[in-house]
Design a protein around this ligand. Structure first.
Ligand code: NAP
Length: 308
């Protein structure tokens, strides 16, 4: 059994991990903390970010009241004390500041991991700011989520039968990898290992691009003159396609910037194919249009059957 886990950023993913570990009895104590609450306490300001320290302290209190965590600390060095594992669960754009804070106060026995949706940016940040502690850092990404944010939306079932990708390098401690793998398996997830850049390419195509398209489509439609008419008649298809445009804008802003190369590469391919479809519609090339739709339906049906 794990003695103590510290979660930095007790939101949807951090909170769901805490709930799942509590439900499985895998951990004796879960401590929550927040860099923004800590910075407010110490009077520090995160450059470029509006301080929301009050809100962050309230989030931690809420997490305690909901019994998601056992206790919380608004001082990072106190929160990570004697922790076996520290889980960083904040938007990927905030990882640098977290690693800088951790480098000063985490013991060399403590294993550090994260849940960020991009892995190259996080891994490079850990190498840069954690120094020698970076061998104890295991980059991880649970392939599970919903369009809601915050601890209120956290669920202990979120990772059941889902995959968690870990992207250790040859420098990552083998013990750290096995501890993080075992932690995630306790949540009901299957853990698989992947090369860092391969992770970012795959997720750019299967997750980052669809989110980008959903945000962009809803934004375009909402700016059309007859927008009230459009949304009034929007049916199930529109809801299905755009559900993910209700996701947290800051989180997705950070992901787009952190994984820009892989996203731009797949966006270029997608734009090229969309242009071909546009041309086919202009030329009334019915065979081309039908071929695209038949291929797409076949691929999606196969993919969905494999997920059952
Ligand atoms: P969330 O519900 O908004 O929680 C994020 C937490 O991070 C908040 O509790 C907040 O804590 C803290 N935070 C936010 N901005 C911060 C900043 N600028 N500096 C320091 N801390 C900050 O988000 P989430 O969905 O759990 O996402 C967390 C991570 O999981 C992200 O890296 C995301 O890429 C990854 N992820 C998300 C999903 C998904 O579907 N949502 C799936 C897989 C992975 P305080 O307010 O207490 O400071």
């Amino acid at each position: 059994m794990i003695n103590r886990i510290c979660i930095i950023g007790v939101g949807l993913i951090g909170g769901s991990l805490a709930r799942a570990l509590k439900a499985s009895g895998a951990c004796k104590e879960i401590v929550g903390t927040s860099l923004r609450a800590a910075n407010q306490n110490s009077g520090k300001h995160i450059p470029g970010k509006q301080s929301t320290g009050n809100q962050s302290s309230a989030n931690l209190l809420k997490a305690k009241q909901l019994n998601v965590i056992d206790r919380f600390e608004t001082e990072i060095s106190v929160a990570v004390k004697d922790a076996d594992i520290v889980v960083v669960s904040v938007p990927v754009g905030a990882q640098d500041a977290i690693f800088i804070a951790l480098a000063d106060c985490v013991s060399s026995d403590t294993i550090i991991t994260d849940v960020g949706s991009t892995k190259r940016s996080v891994s490079d940040s850990a190498d840069k700011y954690l120094g020698k502690l970076s061998t104890n850092f295991v980059p991880a990404h649970p392939i599970a989520g919903i369009e809601k944010s915050g601890v209120e939306a956290a669920s202990g079932d979120l990772f059941q039968q889902r995959r968690v990708i870990i992207t250790p390098t040859e420098n990552t401690s083998k013990i750290a990898v096995s501890v993080v793998q075992s932690m995630w398996e306790k949540t009901g997830a299957e853990v698989i290992k992947m090369d860092i850049d391969h992770h970012d390419e795959v997720l750019a195509a299967t997750s980052h691009l669809p989110h980008l398209l959903a945000f962009s489509l809803v934004d375009t439609l909402s700016q059309l003159d007859e927008k009230s008419e459009i949304f009034k008649y929007a049916a199930g298809g529109f809801r299905d396609f755009t559900r993910i445009a209700s996701s947290d804008p800051t989180m997705w802003h950070d992901i787009c910037l952190a994984n820009s190369n892989a996203i731009l590469a797949v966006l270029e391919t997608f734009t090229r194919d969309l242009k071909k479809l546009e041309q086919a519609i202009q030329e009334k090339d019915s065979q081309f249009i039908l071929d695209v739709f038949v291929r797409a339906k076949k691929s999606r049906d196969t993919f969905c059957n494999e997920q059952l």
